[in-house]
Design a protein around this ligand. Structure first.
Ligand code: ATP
Ligand code: MG
Length: 728
């Protein structure tokens, strides 16, 4: 194993394998790299069996990356090592032993939409209004209880005041429903694992003995439950290595507690603490900017972090007139940099998912490939939810939440009355709707409907059998065929039905990937479903083909040669909600620090003077975070429309990248910058879409949009000045 590229402190951290170790260091100082090498060192040099090692990462992607890196570093098979997120680890533990807690081992994992529908049902039963009691806020309260390891009974007992009492009661109902459905939400995965360990000391002992070396990355963002879990697992050997950076703690809203890392030395008085002070990721300019920003937080210990790279280029600051223009300028800069970097080297970061739309629009209209990370939008589409519900019912027949979704989709003439009867009967039996159907004959349900229910049951039972020997892709095809779902869509000739079919096809790229990694086995359906449930913010960005778009939160731990940070406006970032709360403001500033330190070579910051967001147009001042960056590090440009809009904030520079003129822009943009005028009826050809005819021209100047019907690609709306179009 080659450790020659490691610096002295890194080496020390890699070799300090026995006893507790805290690596506390700034962004890009090699914390994750050290963790990976440390694991490899244990396997390779210390001959520790991979079976005895646990490494917890913050995201699935990080877990996968770490496994690949370790695989590369060592010759031994690292397959038995547990490298995973907290949640994936708990799924594995619970899958073995959750029956001790009364849940079925085929348990389902709820997604946020399922959770909301459970809460809505509870509110309905209690005759409460969803407007007055927002299901999402209630779920946040429930999540909070769980992260604090407060069980429903305790929550109810300790509740003070009307709202507390009500919400703790709802928590109790919620937990009972989940239990009856053998369903877990995300927070349950951690909470129930701890409960299992508490109730079954021999199970805990098994894992304590097994995991002789425990590692946790991004420790600053663990919540109380996760913290507790780590303590339990590491209690026997106390070989626990945690790495983190208190300046990058950004998940307080999910219960993360920065004190966990700050108190490590109290928890483990014998702990070694190692600081890493060299940053290998970012240029000095970028690092200086990030350090200057985070320096404004008062509640922190100052630390040294110096760049190991040269000065690099200045940071671009673009001031745009509107969010649309901001998007266009991102496109422009992407094109400009695409001579030197691939699209996969670039990422656009924003505060809130809603901000992605304007940038996405600009990418679509200029046909720049991009991928959105996070945004579980795809999985919340109706047809995908339906398919997933079928799969969940096949896996876990107790899952009424999913069953009710598909019992009459496609329409089988099973109405609300029938479902109510089945539900009531299930409740009486303390069982599931699935089981209740077997008694349908005696429930006063019309004979014809009973027949339909029975044949549905038959189909589902058959599919369950098939799930044992089919690949996931084959199973999905069978589900769509046998349940009539595919026919329902293909007989519907609307565009909408067609796009739903396309999405289901698209879903099969996911199943195919799963099939490639997993040989057919009994557990496949369960594993596939839990993988899907654990899809996290950073998933879906594995292919290296397009510009990555994601929230700043999702970017944690990652790095890109080129980073765009958009929407640097007061009210957007820092968001309006936190402006008068010092603690929250400091958390937002840490988020800015995370965003800036993702960049290796190029950092492009932008803001818009007016922005339409959530349907409202607002005019915002420059973000204080932008003002906190020393001016000598910046190179600024005013709006496209007005040139430099002097006076308002950072617009003082001279050599703006935009002002340098079109010479530097890539070929694609230049195609139309010659001023081609497009008219309705013109025949055009597009680099990717081929030949088409213009059906509509809207707007003017840089905003001119063309509706074009392409021969093969169908109708598209493109920006005249940016799309690679030629008139024929
Ligand atoms: P973050 O706080 O953002 O999670 P980190 O401290 O985990 O950052 P890494 O991602 O491990 O930092 O490392 C940042 C970059 O620096 C990576 O590209 C890594 O390969 C590189 N790097 C770290 N240490 C060295 C070294 N000794 N020599 C060369 N490159 C290094
Ligand atoms: Mg890291």
């Amino acid at each position: 194993m080659d450790l020659s590229t490691m610096n002295k402190e890194q080496l020390e951290a890699i070799k300090a394998t026995e006893g507790p170790l805290l690596i506390m260091a700034g962004a890009g100082s090699g914390k994750t790299r050290v963790l990976t090498h440390r694991v490899a060192y244990l396997l390779d040099e210390k001959q520790v069996p991979s079976y005895n090692i646990l490494a917890i990462t913050f995201t699935n992607k990080a877990a996968k990356e770490m496994r690949e890196r370790v695989d590369k570093l060592i010759s031994e098979d690292a397959a038995k090592m547990w490298i995973s997120t907290f949640h994936a680890m708990c799924v594995r533990i619970l899958r073995r032993d959750i029956s001790y807690l009364g849940y079925d081992t085929s348990f389902s994992i709820l997604d946020p939409l399922d959770q909301q529908s459970v809460v809505r049902d509870i509110l309905k039963t209690r005759n409460l209004d969803t407007k007055q009691h927002n299901p999402r806020s209630i779920l946040a309260v429930i999540s909070n209880y769980k992260n604090q390891l407060i069980k429903p009974e305790q929550a109810v007992a300790e509740a003070a005041g009307f709202q507390d009492e009500l919400y703790s009661e709802i928590y109790k109902d919620y937990q009972e429903i989940l239990y009856r459905n053998s369903s877990l939400d995300f927070d349950d995965l951690i909470m129930l694992t701890i409960e299992l360990f508490n109730r079954k000391p021999d199970v805990l002992n098994y894992y304590q003995t097994r995991f002789q070396y425990v590692h946790v990355d991004e420790y600053q963002d663990t919540n109380h439950a996760q913290y507790q879990l780590v303590q339990m697992l590491a209690a026997k050997y106390r070989n626990i290595c945690v790495v983190g950076d208190s300046d990058q703690s950004i998940y307080k809203f999910r219960g993360a507690d920065i004190q966990n890392i700050l108190n490590f030395e109290e928890d483990y008085p014998e702990a070694r603490v190692i600081k890493l002070e060299e940053n290998y990721r970012s240029t000095k300019t970028i690092l200086d900017a990030a350090n200057a920003v985070i320096d404004n937080n008062t509640e922190r210990k100052p630390k040294n972090l110096r760049s190991n790279k040269g000065d690099g280029v200045k940071i671009d600051v673009n001031v745009s007139f509107s969010e649309r223009e901001e998007g266009q300028r991102v496109v422009q800069k992407v094109q400009e940099l695409s001579d030197k970097y691939s699209y996969g080297d670039m990422a656009v970061l924003y505060r809130a998912n809603a901000q992605s739309r304007a940038v996405e629009d600009a990418f679509v209209k200029s046909s720049i490939p991009y991928k959105m990370v996070g945004g579980t939008k795809f999985y919340s589409r109706m047809e995908i939810k339906d398919l997933m519900s079928y799969l969940k019912v096949i896996q876990n027949p107790f899952d009424d939440i999913s069953f009710q979704r598909i019992i009459n989709v496609p329409k089988r003439g099973i109405g609300a009355k029938t479902i109510d009867k089945l539900r009531a009967h299930a409740e009486q039996l303390n069982s599931s709707i699935y089981d209740a159907i077997r008694d349908a004959d005696f429930l006063g349900i019309p004979a014809k409907t009973v027949g339909k229910l029975m044949s549905l049951l038959q189909v589902l039972d058959n599919l369950k059998e098939k799930s044992k020997y089919l690949t996931m892709t084959e199973l999905v095809d069978e589900v769509l065929a046998d349940t009539g779902y595919h026919d329902m869509l293909s007989s519907d000739k609307t565009l909408e039905a067609r796009s739903r079919l396309e999405n289901l096809e698209e879903f099969k790229t996911v199943t195919r990937e799963f099939d490639n990694d997993n040989p057919i086995a009994d557990d496949n359906l369960f594993n596939f479903l839990s993988d899907m449930a654990l899809v996290s913010d950073q998933d879906g960005m594995d292919d290296n083909s397009g510009v990555t778009m994601m929230t700043m939160h999702a970017s944690k731990g990652l790095e890109f040669p080129v980073i765009f940070v958009v929407g640097l406006e007061e009210g957007i970032f820092p968001s309006r909600r936190v402006q008068f709360d010092d603690q929250e403001l400091e958390e937002e500033r840490r988020l800015m620090y995370v965003a800036l330190t993702r960049a290796m070579d190029h950092l492009i910051l932008s803001r818009a003077e007016s922005r339409m967001l959530y349907g409202k147009t607002e005019t915002n001042m420059q973000s204080r975070f932008l003002s906190e960056i020393p001016e000598e590090l910046l190179e600024s440009a005013g709006t496209m429309a007005a040139g430099f809009s002097g006076g308002s904030g950072v617009t003082t520079g001279t050599g703006s990248s935009f002002a340098r003129g079109p010479k530097k822009r890539s070929r694609i943009i230049n195609t139309n910058k010659t001023g081609t005028a497009f008219n309705v009826g013109d025949k055009v050809s597009h680099k990717a879409f081929g030949e088409g005819i213009i059906s509509q021209v809207k707007g003017e100047g840089d905003n001119t949009e063309l509706d074009i019907v392409f021969k093969t690609a169908g109708p598209k709306r493109l920006l005249a000045n940016y799309a690679p179009l030629e008139k024929k």
